[in-house]
Design a protein around this ligand. Structure first.
Ligand SMILES: O=P(O)(O)OC[C@H]1O[C@H](OP(=O)(O)OP(=O)(O)O)[C@H](O)[C@@H]1O
Ligand code: HPA
Length: 176
C-alpha cells in the first residue's frame, strides 16, 4: 500500500453538510416547478448526492442527469480542452437546469457545460459549484451559487481527485 501524502483539512464533513443545507435553502426559490439537475462527472458526484438529498427534504425533486466531461485527467493543470466522454441521457429542451460541479477553477468546464446545455435548448441554466478558486471568473462569467471560496491550492476530497485518488475523503483538503 502506498503511503498517503499530507493533506490539510480545509472544510470538515460537518461544515460541508451544514453549508449544503444553507445552499439548498438559497437554491429552493429558483427551483420551483419542473427542473433538471445535471451533475458533471466525475468530481461532482458526492456534492450532487448530498445536495439532492437536501433539496428533497425541501420537497424539491429535479430530474437528475449527468454529463461526463474531462480536461485535467491526471494533471494538476487544465489541458485547456474539455472533452465530452459521455453526453446527457435526457433532453433538456425548454427546461430549466441546475448545473453542478465540484470545483470552479479556470471556469472552462462550467462555461463549456453551460453553453452545451443552452445549445441543446435549455431555457435557463443555473450554475452551482461546491468551491471556487481565488482566480476563478467572477461577475458575468462567474458561478451563480458557490458553497465555499477556497485558497489557491490544489484541492482533494469530497469528489476532487489527484490522478483519480482521494475522491472518497469526506472532507475538502489541500494537497500542496
Ligand atoms: O474550472 P476548470 O479549470 O475547468 O476546472 C474544474 C473541473 O476540473 C475537474 O474536472 P476533471 O477534468 O479533472 O475531471 P473529473 O471531474 O473527473 O475530476 C473538476 O471536476 C471540474 O469539472
Ligand atoms: O484543485 C483542484 N483539485 C482537483 N481537481 C481540480 N480541477 C480543477 N482544480 C482542481
Amino acid at each position: 500500500m502506498t503511503e498517503m501524502p499530507p493533506i490539510e483539512v480545509l472544510v470538515t464533513e460537518d461544515e460541508l453538510m451544514a453549508r449544503i443545507e444553507e445552499l439548498a435553502d438559497a437554491l429552493a426559490p429558483s427551483l420551483q416547478g419542473d427542473w433538471s439537475a445535471v451533475s458533471i462527472l466525475i468530481g461532482a458526484t458526492p456534492f450532487t448526492s448530498d445536495l439532492m438529498k437536501a433539496l428533497a427534504r425541501r420537497d424539491i425533486h429535479p430530474v437528475l442527469d449527468v454529463i461526463w466531461l474531462e480536461s485535467y485527467r491526471d494533471a494538476r493543470e487544465s489541458s485547456g480542452r474539455v472533452v465530452v466522454r459521455a453526453d446527457l441521457g435526457r433532453s433538456v429542451e425548454g427546461r430549466g437546469v441546475l448545473l453542478l460541479d465540484d470545483v470552479f477553477d479556470t471556469g472552462r468546464t462550467l462555461a463549456f457545460a453551460k453553453a452545451h446545455l443552452l445549445a441543446k435548448g435549455a431555457r435557463q441554466v443555473i450554475t452551482c459549484a461546491l468551491t471556487q478558486k481565488p482566480w476563478a471568473p467572477r461577475g458575468e462569467d462567474g458561478v451563480d451559487f458557490c458553497a465555499f471560496d477556497s485558497p489557491g491550492r490544489y484541492l482533494v476530497g469530497y469528489g476532487m481527485d489527484d490522478a483519480g485518488k482521494y475522491r472518497g475523503l469526506p472532507y475538502i483538503g489541500a494537497l500542496d
